[in-house]
Design a protein around this ligand. Structure first.
Ligand code: BV8
Length: 254
């Protein structure tokens, strides 16, 4: 954990809003201790395929069975008894309770561990595993079981269901809300992300240009680590609860 005094001094100078407006971005690293593999694990491979190749519209056209299998396997793993929200997820739920609408939690993750940890307002910019989408109507449906091209779509009965996931080359979700929050943020915190995937990896610059104090919490410095005002290196389950305590204690009554 960094020098709290430094953090809070810098932080106080940055405040334009009291209480401060906070944007948190999470990546696969926050779910690693819950037993969900990150994208950089196994050298980014799944069944000897590069994830970047499987998570694409092209792969879905060329080999739909592979892509359905990729998401069915991850959807099943997410619902196994051993996969639970960890202390980092729970700490962010505590931050939401303390800051209400002054906190925006954006996640690149498609798991529901933030929700399992108690967060109520989560923007899944890359979609969600426990959801299916009709390619024709774009309607989405909560979905916990496996499905494939033969599963009839609930809205049109067609063979139109696809994973409700933003693939590489597709536009991420909630971008207007996210950029709006970044441009008004006092504090931007990135947790458990390698900073390799855009446009999420560029959020730190948007926040900084808007005058926010930026903090990275990661097991190892990310590709964009040098852009952050402060870097906290360690396990999310330890560092995130500690950081949340500091923020709540030092802003009480502001
Ligand atoms: C788009 C769903 C057009 C799939 C995902 C510049 C600008 C715009 C686009 C691009 C650009 N350059 C390149 C692009 C294209 C591309 C891209 O970024 N490619 C990369 C590979 C170079 N981006 C896109 O295609 C995006 N769309 O660009 O649309 C557009 C956009 C804007 C404006 C106009 C047009 C869409 C990208 C979304 C792809 N879908 N997810 C699925 O999940 O199956 S991305 C997927 O990979 C994840 O969601 C996640 O975002 C990403 C993996 O990143 P991380 O979460 O960071 O995970 P990673 O494993 O890499 O790192 C984990 C970190 O945790 C590590 O640093 C590790 O040290 C740390 N860690 C591990 N354990 C712990 C820990 N930290 C703390 N505690 C621990 N215990």
């Amino acid at each position: 954990m960094s020098d709290n005094a430094t953090f809070i001094n810098l932080f106080k100078n940055q405040l334009r809003n009291t209480p401060p407006k906070i944007v948190v971005l999470t990546g696969a690293g926050i779910s690693a201790e819950s037993g969900i593999k990150t994208f950089r694990d196994n050298d980014g491979l799944w069944e000897n395929h590069r994830v970047e190749e499987v998570a694409t519209p092209e792969a879905f056209v060329e080999n739909p069975a592979l892509v359905y299998r990729f998401y069915n396997a991850r959807r099943e793993q997410l619902q196994s008894a051993s996969v639970k929200a960890n202390e980092a997820h729970k700490a962010l739920a505590k931050l939401e309770k303390a800051f209400q609408d002054n906190l925006l939690l954006v996640t690149q993750n498609v798991d529901n561990l933030h929700e399992q940890g108690g967060s109520n307002r989560v923007l899944h910019m890359h979609g969600e595993l426990l959801s299916a989408r009709c390619s024709r109507s774009e309607k989405t449906f909560v979905w916990r079981d496996s499905f494939d091209e033969n599963t009839p779509c609930p809205c049109c009965g067609g063979k139109t269901l696809r994973p409700d996931i933003v693939w590489f080359g597709e536009m991420p979700l909630y971008m207007d809300d996210i950029y709006n929050a970044l441009s008004n943020a006092d504090i931007f915190i990135a947790i458990g992300t390698s900073g390799n995937v855009y446009p999420a990896a560029g959020f730190v610059q948007v926040a900084q240009e808007a005058g926010a104090y930026t903090i990275e919490v990661n097991l190892a410095p990310s590709s964009t680590n040098a852009l952050f005002d402060e870097s906290i290196t360690g396990l999310a389950s330890a560092e995130v609860p500690a950081l949340v305590e500091i923020i709540i204690n030092r802003t009480a009554g502001l």
